[in-house]
Write a protein that binds this ligand. Sequence first.
Ligand code: MG
Length: 433
Amino acid sequence: MRIKSFTTYPLAVADPPLRSSYGRHAPYALRTALVLETTDGITGIAEAHGGDGPLAALEAIKPMVLGMDPFQLTRLWDQTADPSGAGDRSQTWFVPGENPRDARTRSYAAVEAACLDLIGKAVNRPVCDLLGGRARDAAPFSAYLFYKHAGGGGLGDDARDDEYGECLTPASMVAQTHRMMDLYGFKEIKLKGGVLPPEDEIETMRLLRAEFGPTVPLRIDPNCAWSVETSVMIGLALKDELSGGGYFEDPTAGMDGMAEVRRRLLAAGVDTPLASNVAVTALEHIVPAWETGASQVILSDPHYWGGIRAVQRMSMLCDSLGLGVSMHSNNHLGLSLMIMAHTCCASPAMQFACDTHYPWQTEQDEIIEGGRVRFVDGAVPIPDKPGLGVSLDMDQVHRLGERYRSLTYRKRDDEAEMRLHVDPNWKRILPRW
Ligand SMILES: [Mg+2]
């Protein structure tokens, strides 16, 4: 069995005007679908970061993939080694998918997922069963809440209904949470912070705890918007809200800043775990994060950590060091959701519900056959089907591709959207508070 074709499909996906410390989401998020076909006529599929940069990086390894035996992934990893990728891979200043130093891990991950999908089809087993079997049969996800402007995403005739409405106050966040929990059955809550002044975000978390109670773990992630002092103040203020299975994600920038926040909180008797997908984004960051105390929970991601098997390795390492493991999310469709679900189920140490942006996308933008993936009690069950368990709706893939070509968006630029819609002088400043 050899790979005889490698085809990428750029996709533009309607996205609501969600806010974070990076700025405001554009009306469309960019993704890429990858389709590999073997000489036996078996097809493997994957979803990856989108936009011209990630797409070009993925296309660059095409010559290494064509003619390859899909079982020989280790060799492909060696072949994609790129000395220019050395150096700091932290995401402090990059939105996910736009870090040029992640080109190798991102591109390899897409090919690996597609190869595992086609191997699963060849041997008639789900992907997670190829990787040593599953720790669980369904992957739990968290309700991923965002402050947002009015609007459901898309432009003009292609605009989506605003399912969740404007949400720029603590009280409206409670309404957003109820809707998302009711629709999907999530059991854990993550608030994207770093948007409103700290006192408003503290109030939001207090309202959420009062509304949903201590059995629903809470986490907040301001993407480094706060100084060390502000982070410590908020960590103290939210001591109770972040207890009971929650965590405090990337309050401040850099491993040193995170370690300082940890030291000061511990000195004050608060042992809320710090989590990171900004300071800690690669295997080589884990031991320093553990030694310095910069992070007690590491957020994996099968897209930029280097694939499903890389996340298995990182989760084993974290488990050995006594660190917790969770999963980061970027805008994505159902195919990525299935890659994330298989990864979670094949990674025993993943004890936190994974993040997902999936509730922010709609049926109109789904690329998998049969429509959107269904959640059961906040979790995605592994289908009783080979490979990733889903197939592409090529009509939809072409529709989203036509939209990509008709638009001018070619990279994620949340600062530009802020300047266009909110403040013409807006810049991402760290720390903002
Ligand atoms: Mg994060």
